[in-house]
Design a protein around this ligand. Structure first.
Ligand code: FAD
Length: 441
């Protein structure tokens, strides 16, 4: 007979959300032997955003175990030893091949069956491949993606082998922008290629070949960053896309061909053209929405025993009055925490009330964004001084705030102001008040 290992709680996926969920499970009193985490990655959960930032630095780069979760939220660092001490079974380097939510069983690629009473889906997302847009070449050794530790190690190896060479970065979302900055810091000549008129640094499901993306950066904000990047030697090629590669006899990429007919020499190519949530195990078994797994305010899916969190979950965002899927680390951390509270203390826990938040850090720059980028953008601050921002006003209310170069208090102030959704009548006056509007609310 097949061996079946039985657990009360199983977390499928071992990324950011899994780490924060594990910590919350121990706080809510999970007993040794009750919880299991299964992950395709060979390492314990870590803070994924480090991969495009500290991990790529030329001087004292960040390496595990320094960035295991939950250091990113100034919480305990959960090393493999921590999981052991808490009696949490970490099944690493193991892909789950299929899930039967009716029978409450998972089958791993190694042939093991694992049963659960409650399943927490934290499978995150995968990087979109060029092949999905009709361009071949992802397998070349100097074409890099950046989603997991293996990708990051690969990128560092190629980067080290082409010092002072040429890199082409495909995509102007946050992966592209952050990688371009890191490569420039490593003294590589970087050209950033993207189809839009300006970099966007993120959006709801940003897809590189899709012109209809919701842009976070307004033209004014984008030109600030573009000029800053240019001052660091990064070149921009906008309004066009990659159509094919030139390979040498060993199969390495030597150059990139663009739709506008131009060719760029390349020793290294980094591709950041968007992600797709890992939902395939659950298609036909759970309700999907917005490309993710649909959950209610308790992060519970259409099956009572199954919860979903992080990048893969489409959840009701109260502030917007609609279901959204967010691809950001703060949302992964907080949705994980909320799901565990709902699982362990169902009577006590309410509906998830989340203020969308994301951030990026490149070079010496640092920005934060809260809420939604819909409606009219009102810029404020001095764009030459390095501290500036924008508010978004929709239907007469403040719904989103962006700030570059703020202090901790200022970021807290824009977060609070956004969560209050205050009425705004005079946009010009709001622009004049700038940060003071948020600071005095
Ligand atoms: P993930 O962290 O992706 O974890 C999913 C896990 O599930 C992985 O370990 C995966 O291997 C595993 N898995 C999937 N399918 C299976 C299976 N079938 N069997 C077993 N295991 C499986 N967000 C920000 O807000 N700010 C930033 O600055 C920022 N920077 C980023 C930089 C990079 C390079 C990347 C890649 C992302 C960045 N993000 C950032 C986004 C943030 O990291 C994600 O939102 C977050 O990691 C989502 O957490 P998650 O747990 O849902 O998914």
């Amino acid at each position: 007979a097949d061996l079946v290992r039985a657990f009360v709680y199983v977390i499928l996926g071992g990324g950011v959300a899994a780490g924060y969920a594990a910590l919350e499970f121990t706080r809510k009193g999970v007993s040794p032997g009750e919880l299991c985490i299964i992950s395709e990655e060979p390492v314990a959960p870590y803070e994924r955003p480090a991969l495009s930032k500290g991990f790529l630095l030329p001087e004292s780069p960040a390496r595990l175990p320094s960035f295991h979760t939950c250091v990113g939220a100034n919480e305990e660092r959960l090393t493999p030893k921590w999981y052991k001490e808490h009696g949490i079974e970490l099944v690493l380097g193991t892909r789950v091949k299929s899930v039967d939510v009716r029978r409450k069983k998972l089958l791993t690629a190694t042939g093991e069956t694992i049963s659960y009473k409650i399943l927490l889906i934290a499978t995150g997302a995968r990087a979109l491949k060029l092949e999905e847009f009709g361009v071949d070449g992802s397998e070349a050794e100097n074409v890099c993606y950046l989603r997991d530790l293996a990708d990051a190690n690969g990128l560092v190896n190629v980067m080290q082998s082409c010092s002072s060479g040429n890199a082409v970065v495909i995509g102007g979302g946050y992966i592209g922008m952050e990688c371009a900055a890191s490569l420039a810091i490593n003294k590589i000549n970087v050209t950033l290629v993207f189809p839009e008129v300006h970099c966007i640094c993120l959006s709801k499901s940003y897809s590189f070949f899709d012109e209809a993306v919701a842009r976070l950066f307004t033209p004014k904000i984008a030109s600030y960053y573009e000029e800053y990047y240019q001052s660091k030697g990064v070149k921009f090629v906008k309004g066009t896309v990659l159509t094919s590669f030139e390979f040498d006899s060993s199969g390495k990429v030597m150059a990139v061909n663009l739709r506008d007919g131009s060719q760029l020499p390349a020793d290294l190519v980094v591709v950041g053209i968007g992600i797709r949530p890992n939902t395939s195990l659950f298609e036909g078994q759970l309700t999907l929405e917005k490309g993710g797994i649909k959950v209610n305010g308790k992060m519970q899916t259409s099956n009572d025993s199954v919860y979903a969190v992080g990048d893969v979950a489409a959840f009701p965002v109260k502030l917007f009055g609609e279901t959204r899927r967010l691809e950001h680390v703060d949302s992964a951390r907080k949705s994980a925490k909320h799901a565990v509270a709902a699982i362990m203390e169902p009577k006590k826990s309410g509906e998830f009330d989340y203020l969308p938040f994301f951030y990026s850090r490149v070079f010496g720059l640092s920005w934060q964004f809260y809420g939604d980028n819909v409606g009219e953008a009102v810029h404020f601050g001095d764009y030459s001084s390095g501290t500036f921002g924008a508010y978004w006003i929709s239907k007469g209310h403040l719904v989103g705030s962006f700030l570059e170069g703020g202090t901790k208090e200022e970021y807290e102030a824009i977060a609070k102001a956004t969560s209050l959704k205050p009425p705004v009548e005079d946009l010009a006056e709001l622009g004049q008040q700038g940060l003071n509007f948020a600071l005095t609310i």
